[in-house]
Each structure stands twice: as structure tokens, then as C-alpha cells.
Design a protein around this ligand. Structure first.
Ligand code: NAP
Length: 259
């Protein structure tokens, strides 16, 4: 067996279908690109059409199979519609990545029901509803990969974790519950845990050079994260190689969480 065949057996996503929420920006976009370049047909889901189209155009120009669905994942109806439209493009997905997220962080005293509801809807309920829609089919077909993108705040409170931290903590629990339910049928469910990654989500923080440098100094690698840092871990978790890895939180954070 050539090394290329061996690597393909472990990591190739040829013939797989992936749905990536938040796949038009930041970490989700990098993951969508990685899965598509590894051979999967990828549907990216988010609201803004221009970003979605730009993502798909970039991938198509490289010869990848990609498509987009514009949907608002902050309502249950929006999530349901997104799921049906996404499954229509290349068929029922083998891989579901939940990267869409919002980051509203008022001080705890000012944290109102609106922020709480909006945060839970996008960061927690949408992943739950999409898992409920696609997980049983994956189990029936004997193969599936569910990957949630969580946060350091799922594990520890800092810089006003608020509702955001609660939603990400619950998302990690959701991964474990899904893993418990579906792993016996070939469906693994894991989370990727970023550190501080320079994306539009934290534009306010990334525009403060002192804070950016201080955060970089807290990592072991010595720099903040880039969306591209998630490519390898995502391909691993999406493919055959990770079949015995389930219910886990994989930290892709340059060592930020270790000390
Ligand atoms: N960047 C970091 O340092 C960091 C750290 C820890 C965790 N994370 C997590 O990583 C994930 C990705 O974050 P990112 O940094 O890549 O952020 P980003 O660049 O802002 O991307 C967020 C994505 O989610 C989509 N989205 C947001 N609200 C949506 C809605 N209601 N319906 C559908 N799509 C929606 C956005 O597209 P539209 O706006 O067009 O809808 C966009 O594609 C998030 O879950 C975030 O919590 C990020």
C-alpha cells in the first residue's frame, strides 16, 4: 500500500456530505474549506448571502463541491428550514459541524432575557435541533460525525462569560449526550475548543493590540489562533481515523488552557 493510499484510508472524506453552520466566516469557513479539500461535498449555512457565495466560489474555483443555504438559525423554524434545504443539495449529511455562534457578553448584572434567549437559540438550540434532525439518519446508515465548536468558557469563567459560557458548557454536554446515544451506531460526537482566534466574532478585542499580545502570551505556542488551525483537527474528527474518539473536547488553543 502506498503512503498516499494509507492516508486516504484514514483521512479522505471522498463521498461524504457535510453541513457546516457558520461556514461562511472565521473558524467555520476554515473547517468547511478543509472538509471540502479533503473530498467532502459541503453545504455552508449562515445568514449573509454575499459571504456564503464568496466561500462557495472560492471552493468551487479549487474544484471542490460546495453549496450554500442562507438561513437564520436563531429560530426553530429557521433551523428546520435550513436543515431541509441543506439536505436537498447533496443528500443527507454524514458530517455535521456546528460552528455558527454569537458572542453577546454584557456584564452579568445587565444580562437580560433577550440576550439569554438569543444566545441559547443560536449557540445551543440550533445544534440540538440539527443533531436531532440528522443524528438518527447517520446512526441508521452506520456512519456519522457531529462536531460542535465550543469555547474556553465551557470550562472556565473569564471576561464576562455570562450566557455565552453557559451555552458553550451545555453544548459540550450535548456532545456527550449525543455520543452516548449514537456512538454504538458509528456516529461520533465531539467538540473543538478554540482559544482566542482572530475572527470577525471578536473584532472588538482583536483591534486592541495590548489585549491581543496579552492573550498570545497566555498560550504555550506564543501566538493567538488562526481559523486555519482548525483544519487538521476537523478533518481528523470528520473522517474514519477518529472512529474511536467520541464525547471528547479537543482543545485547539495553542496550550492556552493548560496553564
Ligand atoms: N473566534 C474565537 O476566538 C472563538 C473562541 C471560542 C469559540 N469560538 C466559537 O467558534 C465559532 C465560530 O466563531 P468565529 O470566531 O468563526 O465567528 P465568525 O467569524 O463571526 O463566524 C460566525 C458564523 O456564524 C454565522 N451566524 C451567526 N449567527 C447566525 C444565525 N443567527 N443564523 C445563521 N448563521 C449565523 C455567521 O454568519 P452570518 O452572520 O452571515 O449569519 C458566521 O458564518 C462560534 O461558535 C464561536 O462561539 C470562537
Amino acid at each position: 500500500m502506498t503512503s498516499q493510499n494509507y492516508l486516504c484510508e484514514l483521512f479522505s472524506l471522498e463521498g461524504r456530505v457535510a453541513v457546516v453552520t457558520g461556514g461562511s466566516s472565521g473558524i467555520g469557513r476554515a473547517i468547511a474549506g478543509a472538509l471540502a479539500r479533503a473530498g467532502a461535498s459541503v453545504v455552508v449555512v449562515a445568514r449573509r448571502e454575499s459571504e456564503l457565495a464568496a466561500t462557495v466560489d472560492e471552493l468551487a474555483a479549487e474544484g471542490c463541491r460546495a453549496a450554500w443555504v442562507s438561513a437564520d438559525l436563531s429560530t426553530r423554524d429557521g433551523v428546520r428550514a435550513a436543515a431541509e434545504q441543506a439536505a436537498e443539495v447533496f443528500g443527507e449529511p454524514d458530517i455535521l459541524v456546528n460552528s455558527a455562534g454569537i458572542n453577546l457578553r454584557p456584564p452579568m448584572d445587565e444580562l437580560g432575557e433577550e440576550v439569554w434567549d438569543a444566545t441559547m437559540a443560536v449557540n445551543l438550540e440550533a445544534p440540538y435541533l440539527l443533531g436531532r434532525r440528522f443524528g438518527p439518519g447517520m446512526a441508521e446508515r452506520g456512519f456519522g460525525r457531529i462536531i460542535h465548536v465550543t469555547s474556553q468558557q465551557a470550562h472556565r469563567a473569564f471576561v464576562q462569560s455570562g450566557a455565552y459560557g453557559v451555552s458553550k458548557g451545555a453544548l459540550e454536554s450535548l456532545a456527550r449526550s449525543q455520543a452516548e446515544a449514537w456512538s454504538p451506531y458509528g456516529v461520533t460526537c465531539n467538540t473543538l475548543v478554540p482559544g482566542f482566534v482572530m475572527t470577525p466574532l471578536n473584532a472588538r478585542l482583536s483591534s486592541d493590540p495590548e489585549k491581543v499580545a496579552a492573550l498570545a502570551a497566555r498560550t504555550m505556542v506564543g501566538r493567538n489562533g488562526l481559523a486555519e488551525d482548525f483544519a487538521g483537527a476537523a478533518v481528523f474528527l470528520a473522517g474514519r481515523a477518529s472512529g474511536y474518539v467520541t464525547g471528547q473536547s479537543i482543545f485547539v488553543d495553542g496550550g492556552l488552557s493548560v496553564h
